[in-house]
Design a protein around this ligand. Structure first.
Ligand code: FE2
Ligand code: FE2
Length: 294
């Protein structure tokens, strides 16, 4: 990985889908994640759509309201297979209306994923999504390894699990392997990191692999000196207070400059992040635009 010394000039991240619309907002919220990431580098600009929410309609409505044309999207990254990150994919491909749109994801994204409580429900990709996406111009790029999207922008690839308090995921999902029901280890969960001159931005979907595991891997791959900001869902809904405390403490130890979180982080965790990090913690909402200089 040659991320060292690479840096983008500017990054603009716009929240197109989050569970919170924002106070006094004209935009539509939904359960899910979708961020538009516009990256300016020397000699070019790329636009990445990170996740596609549960439903494309609120995303397209928000884009129209914000004056963003879907045709500017160059490529799509899917953080994992859950419906609240992949449900809008087909309609968004249709709205982009072009061929050869790379969709970067982990090869296990097509696995069966089910929850058993309160009742059995399929939470993964809808049947035939693979073929339907291809018909609409999508080209799957399935990799367990990190993928370089453009200068200084990478996916993390499959996340190494090394943090002891993140061994068990707060969410119980099952998958089917050789006709047997197995606990889903969320191996398909990947994130994105962007190198600035000083530090990196890390963008997570649900962080089922553990947000601290994700931050450690992003630092390892980028060889960056620090983390400028972490943006995304941390899936601490249902996590114990002890785990939340340890997570927030790890953010402090890693000297994360700013945290922007929403979606599945959960009220308990947001409250503790806000108490411990003060003004360095921000709640994500639809239409929020973040600008970073390289
Ligand atoms: Fe999610
Ligand atoms: Fe998820």
């Amino acid at each position: 990985m040659a991320a060292e010394k690479e840096a983008v000039e500017k990054v603009k991240l716009t929240v197109l889908a989050d569970d919170y619309a924002g106070y006094g907002s004209r935009l539509w919220a939904q359960h899910g994640v979708s961020y538009l990431i516009e990256v300016e580098r020397k000699g070019g600009k790329e636009t990445i759509l990170f996740d596609t929410g549960t439903n494309a309609d609120p995303i397209l409505y928000n884009m129209k309201t914000l004056g963003i044309n879907p045709s500017i999207i160059d490529l799509i990254v899917l953080s994992h297979n859950h419906y609240d990150h992949t449900g809008g994919l087909l309609k968004l491909l249709q709205a982009i209306g072009r061929g050869n749109i790379p969709i970067i994801a982990h090869p296990e994204i097509f696995k069966t994923s089910i929850i058993l409580r309160p009742k059995l429900e399929v939470v993964g990709l809808k049947e035939n999504t693979r073929e339907e996406a291809e018909k609409l111009g999508g080209q799957w790029v399935l990799s367990r390894e990190p993928v370089k999207l453009t200068e200084a922008v990478y996916t993390t690839g499959e996340i190494e699990r090394s943090v002891d308090f993140e061994r068990e995921a707060p969410l119980k999902v099952y998958t089917v392997e050789n006709g047997q029901l197995k606990v889903d280890l969320f191996l398909d969960d990947l994130s994105l990191f962007i190198c600035l001159k000083k530090g990196i931005l890390v963008v997570s979907g649900c962080a089922h692999a553990g947000i601290i595991n994700i931050l450690k891997q992003s630092l390892r791959l980028s060889k960056a000196s620090g983390i400028r900001a972490v943006i995304g869902g941390f899936h601490l809904v249902g996590a114990s207070k002890k785990r939340i405390e340890k997570t927030v403490e790890a953010f402090r130890k890693l000297k994360v400059e700013e945290v922007y979180s929403g979606h599945c982080t959960g009220f308990q965790a947001e409250k503790i992040f806000a108490e411990r990090l003060g003004e360095r913690f921000h709640r994500l909402y639809c239409g929020l635009t973040l600008n970073f200089e390289g």
